[in-house]
Ligand binder design. Structure first.
Ligand SMILES: [Zn+2]
Length: 464
């Protein structure tokens, strides 16, 4: 069999702006399976001017794949997208290549591109997601240690943080009640410069009173720049206004500082990133976030080619791939199709109902709260002593560089092969009893990092 050894630098491929990766013999698949895709009927009509050239390029990529020239194949497919960004085929073919190479991060980024492109998203996702579900979940929490820190709060398989951009009033009037019905918090990234400062309610962008109310009900208000301006290229005073004046307006009108900054249209560079981080704790940007957690997927929901089936499949792959899924929404409406990628109240309602069915496996919280968990988990140092067969003492210490407010982390104690029947956890000097839970031959203890040791005692259930 013709093994191949390649160094792939995707920076050289037009259309991909991401760090390169290297394929070595160990990770290289022996052969890529060819995939045949057709154009979705709704998209076909948009293509005639480019169809012939696109077909030729796709044929070319197929030939490259047969010769195991993966870079050339991907290159050809990106050329099709440059000619005709509506064409769903290149997305599907590139996604299949990434799936076969198990290049997960490149895959999530590509699927994010699908969500922002003007293509038939449902069609693309429908062809790709069944393949993703075949990927082994190599990132599964192994808990090889007797005591370990859970990947996500409650040791769930995935986290979901809804972020609604642009401060549409319909998010307050429509999404808030639906989210509250299911007991879920979300993040609203607003543009303070567009909200009337005289207390009036803007017909589309609402009022400060509404966003303040949302904050007081447990939703996160994030900063999406003062006027939704393209920031990175701007002069210093523009950056300062869009980032810092905006920060102060939220602080003054909502009563709490925004923790999260969301760059308009996700246009970002190193300089503006640092500027945003002067006063905000975190920025919603794929590359920035993957420094903390690898499996992140930030799809933009909505538009006419985005269905509830697709949204729910995202939840399924989030579970199987241990994703932090960050759906980006805009307005909530099924009437005004001119809104940018709106989602209907029905879609949100049905989607949340589906997530609720999966609540054992899926943690839903604001963007900042999930970030806070992951950042604190990374900074925490867990050490433990087994005191006896049914007693452990552990310390969950915090490194001093943490800049997030303390949050509860879930510590997992493996009691396999036996389930515990009763458990108690105490922390000397603590003001309240620690929350514990027993499931799957494991004990879960939620605890704030501190230098104080925690003692956990349990009784094993009688095993028949
Ligand atoms: Zn925006």
């Amino acid at each position: 069999m013709n093994k191949f050894k390649l160094a792939i630098f995707l920076l050289m491929i037009p259309g991909i702006a991401c760090p390169g990766f290297a394929l070595d013999e160990e990770s290289a698949p022996v052969m890529l399976t060819p995939v045949t895709v057709t154009v979705a009927p709704e998209v076909r009509a948009m293509l005639p001017a480019f169809k012939k050239a696109a077909d030729a390029k796709i044929e070319e990529s197929r030939q490259y794949l047969k010769d195991n020239k993966v870079i050339d194949a991907i290159n050809s497919l990106y050329q099709v997208l440059k000619m005709s960004p509506y064409d769903p085929r290149p997305y599907i073919l590139i996604a299949h290549i990434y799936i076969q190479l198990e290049k997960r991060d490149l895959l999530w980024k590509l699927l994010e591109d699908v969500s922002t492109a003007n293509t038939h998203q449902d069609y693309v996702y429908g062809k790709v997601m069944p393949e993703i579900s075949k990927l082994t979940s190599v990132t599964k929490n192994k808990h090889t240690e007797k005591v370990s820190l859970a990947r996500f709060k409650g040791d769930r398989k995935a986290a979901v943080s809804f972020v609604f951009d642009d401060g549409a009033k319909s998010v307050y009037t429509e999404a808030v009640p639906i989210l509250e019905k299911y007991g879920y918090a979300a993040t609203f990234a607003i543009n303070p410069g567009s909200i009337p400062d005289d207390g009036h309610e803007h017909p589309i962008l609402g009022s400060w009173a509404q966003w303040k109310d949302a904050h007081q009900r447990g939703f996160e208000i994030a900063n999406h720049a003062l006027h939704h301006s393209g920031i990175p290229e701007g002069p210093e005073d523009l950056l300062d206004r869009e980032i810092n004046t905006s920060f102060e307006m939220i602080l003054k009108n909502v009563g709490a500082p925004p923790r999260t900054f969301v760059f308009p249209s996700d246009v970002i560079n190193a300089y503006s990133l640092n500027k945003a981080k002067e006063r905000h704790i975190v920025v919603r940007n794929h590359d920035y976030l993957t420094e903390l957690y690898k499996s992140i997927f930030i799809p933009w929901y909505g538009g006419q080619y985005f269905s509830i089936a697709t949204a729910n499949q995202f939840v399924d792959i989030a579970k199987s791939q241990n994703l932090w899924l960050i759906p980006v929404g805009h307005a909530i409406t099924d009437k005004d199709i001119r809104s940018f990628k709106p989602i209907s109240a029905d879609l949100l309602e049905n989607h949340l109902a589906y997530i609720k069915q999966n609540e054992q496996d899926v943690w839903v919280d604001t963007f900042y709260n999930v970030y806070r968990y992951l950042a604190q988990k990374k900074a925490a140092v867990l050490s433990y002593n087994v005191v006896s067969g049914a007693s452990i003492e552990f310390t969950l210490d915090n490194r001093p560089e943490m800049n997030v407010a303390p949050t509860l982390l879930t510590v997992v104690i493996d009691t396999a092969p036996n389930p515990a029947e009763t458990v108690s956890a105490v922390q000397p000097g603590g003001t309240r009893p620690l929350h514990t839970r027993i499931a799957n031959q494991k004990i879960y203890v939620d605890v704030y990092p501190s230098d104080k040791p925690v003692q956990v005692y349990w009784e094993l259930a009688d095993v028949q």
